[in-house]
Every structure is written in C-alpha cells, then in structure tokens.
Design a protein around this ligand. Sequence first.
Ligand SMILES: C[S@@+](CC[C@H](N)C(=O)[O-])C[C@H]1O[C@@H](n2cnc3c(N)ncnc32)[C@H](O)[C@@H]1O
Length: 482
Amino acid sequence: MTTDSQHRLRVGDEYEVAIQDLTHDGRGTGRPLSQDDLGKTLLVSRCAPGDHLRVRVGKISRNKIFAEPLQVITAGPDRIEPPCIHWTEGCGGCSWQQLSYTAQLHAKAEIVKSSLKDLKGFGDLNIDPIVPADPTWFYRNKMEFTFNALGGLGLHLPGNWRSVIPITDCRLESNLAMRIVTTVRAFTENHQISTWNPDSGGGLLHELMIRHGQAGKETMVAFITSSGSFPEANALASKITQLDESIVAVLHGARASNQRGSQVSSTKLLAGRKAIIEQVGGLRFNIGLETFFQTNSMQAERMLEIVAREVRIKRTSSPISNLVLDVFCGIGFFALGLAEYAETVIGIDIIEASTIAARENAELNRVKNALFYTGDARHALPPILEQHGRPDIVVLDPPRSGAGGKVMRRLARAAPQRIVYVSCNPVTLASDLRELEPLGYKLTRVQPIDLFPQTHHVETIATADRLEETPAMLATGPIDIT
Ligand SMILES: C[S@@+](CC[C@H](N)C(=O)[O-])C[C@H]1O[C@@H](n2cnc3c(N)ncnc32)[C@H](O)[C@@H]1O
C-alpha cells in the first residue's frame, strides 16, 4: 500500500478506483482501490456512482486530481449504455448520458441539497422533489457549433476549443439542426473558407449558431466570424434557406476582435428577418441573435408556472401585487409571464438589445403594465427603487456567476415580502442566499427543476420570505437602499 508521501503523483498515472458521489461540476469522486489515500480529492469525469473504473490522471491541482476513465471494470447500478454515436470520441455535449435518467435526477437533487445545507435555518426545510424534464433528448432550442482549423465544424471536447469533433448526429436539438451543420460544413470545405485557428487566432469562421423554436417552429441560423470579409455569405444563406421552410432568419454576426467568445459587434441580415418567434406559456417572444432565451422552451414553461405560483401565493393581501421586480430580465420572460399578477412589473437587464426586445415583446403580447430599464443591477437598482417604491416581490434570474452580495443586500434592504431566486448554479445560489439571512429573510421553499437532461446542470427556484414587517420597513417614501 502506498500513501501520498511515498508515491509522487504524476499526470499519466493510472489507478483502479471506486466511484462514490457525483459533484456539482458533474464529475464523480473516486477512491483508489489499491491504496488508502492519494492526499487529494480524485475527480473522475463521465462516470456513475458504484462504478469500478481504470482511470488515468490528466491534471493535478493543489487539492484535486482530475482523471479520465479508461475502462469500466464493473458498472455501477445506474450506468446505462450511452445512446450517442459520438460518446466514445469524448464529445462534450452530454457528459451524463452514461447515467440512467432516474439517477441523473437523484444526483441533481443531492447537488442542490448539499450546496444549500449550510444555510442557517435550512435544517427544517425540505426540498421539493425535482421536476423532471420531458422529453429528455432533443430538448434544446439553441446550439452553437464550433469551426476549427483542425477539426472542421462540430462540437468541441469539454474545455478544449482546439479539438472539434465533426459530429454527424446529435440528440440535443433537432434533425434539422444536423442537416444545417452538414450543409454548412460541405459548403465551407468546398469554398475553402478559412476557419478559426486556435494557434494564430486567425481565420474567418468561428461558430455556427442554430436556434429552433420548439413551439414557434421558426429557425434562425447565424454565422459568427471575425471581422474579415465573408463574400460567400449570401450564397451560403440561400443554400441554407432552401433546406427547410422553417428557416426564417439567416444572419452574419462579426466580432471586432478575433478572440473567440468576445461580443458580436456587428450583425448583418442575410435572409429573412432578424428574429424568430417562440411561444412559451401562452406568450410569444421575439428572439434575436444576441439576446438570452431559456434554451429548453418546454421546461421553461414549467419553470414559469412555478415562479408564477410563488408570486401568486405570497404571504399577505391579494394575489395581485402592486409591484413585481424582475432583475436580470433578459427579453422579459418572467416579467411578461408575471404581468397578470401585478399592477406594475419592472424588468432590468444590462444588455440594451434585451430590454428593447422586452418592450417589443410586451407590445406583441399586449402587456401594458410592464416597464423595462437597461442597466447593471449593481448600480441601476437604487434609482429605480427610489422612483417606484418598495416592491412586493422580487424575482431574479442572474447568470451562473450569481447576483453578488451588493445586489442581494440592495434587494433585501428594499424589503420585498418575498424574493424568488431562479438559479442555474447551486453554488452561487447558496452564497447569494447567505447574504439574505442577516437581513431578515428565511428560505421557505426550494424547488429544483431539470432543464438540461444528460448534463449535470440543474435549475433551482428558491423562495425567501421576509420574517418581520417592521413599521420602518413598511414606511412609504424614499427607501434606504444604499
Ligand atoms: C440567466 S439570464 C436570465 C434572463 C431572463 N430572466 C430569462 O429567463 O430569459 C441572465 C440575464 O442577466 C443579464 N445580466 C447579466 N449581468 C447583469 C447585470 N450585472 N445587471 C443586469 N443584468 C445582467 C444578462 O444579460 C441575461 O439577460
């Protein structure tokens, strides 16, 4: 038996391990079978609890060892045969497809529970059973495929933009999406259009984005490139529109910098119109190239129903609130869905294209009591609260990085009866909720919901209620929100 002090860990070392739990980043914790302790947490990707695996160490950090499975020695009880034909190539799209869906749901509920368990007062709170997704494949309404000088067009390996798998089949979006990918790949190869080179940063084509409304049945195709000229764009667009009559928008988005991942700075319409319409919860949404929209429309509808339930059954007075605030509102998904339960609903988002689209969506749905402000929530909240007064309910749906302490404290000091937090990251959810505890709020309900089957991602709707309605807090007039 070797211990860490006797054995120097190296990248490339191989171990036989037993997989225990799944962590919030989707990896499993492994216990080496042949030794007591490696001195660090061993994290194994693409595994299932109860598996006995042969793994190879790929990376070592200060506290962690990251390993890839080489061979399944004995399968755990929840391991199933992954259905995707690109699984063995290491495609980064669906890293939990080796787990039965029941096991995925169980693991996601555990991830939410363990992330929140240290919150004060959490001990007496039960987490509601996770809402499963249906369907569990072909559920995405948006995918981005990567161009790469070395690998053509497809999906890249997890965390590795250099290695692109030129996929021919994918069970995440739609069969039409795969036909578009195949057509674009053939066109760009035939016309020898340059693709992004990870070493030089040169090359024109970065990504192909396909948005396909699940209920709206409209499709958008966008080529994201560096700032160079793209003379073949119109010919490619006309080839694409011939594929299916649902393709109503073809766009070219160019980045000012050659950095992959940077903002698109100019957009050109190549065919059709600049946005598609998707329908969720009886509402219609215009979705453009740059604006955020929930990527699983069917589950987004269930999520909206849950948030609406939390808004309707607030603790006091009528089911109609005076003021509902939707912070991080995007194109108005929650704000417009909740407008019928409020005298006024206000949305705030940092991206102007989103708030413009939110106003257009309000008009499209004949919603007359919604206002949208552009601004960074960290700075925009004080003047908005000053002008509109105390909100009854705040709904917030921040990006994965969370809302942050400043926003949470400002919201709590505005003293809404209830804060409904929609989170796609249980870790930042926990740290944001912790900010509310000393400011008089208690977590009263936690509802996990699965929007991303076959992946470790989990969405959570957490409700926090204000414990005491002190006269000072209820006073009308300016609110101390500094
Ligand atoms: C997870 S999306 C939610 C959007 C919307 N609630 C929905 O369901 O479609 C997060 C949104 O936060 C916005 N955002 C990011 N940082 C922000 C900030 N500091 N202040 C305001 N909005 C921000 C993004 O533009 C994005 O629209």
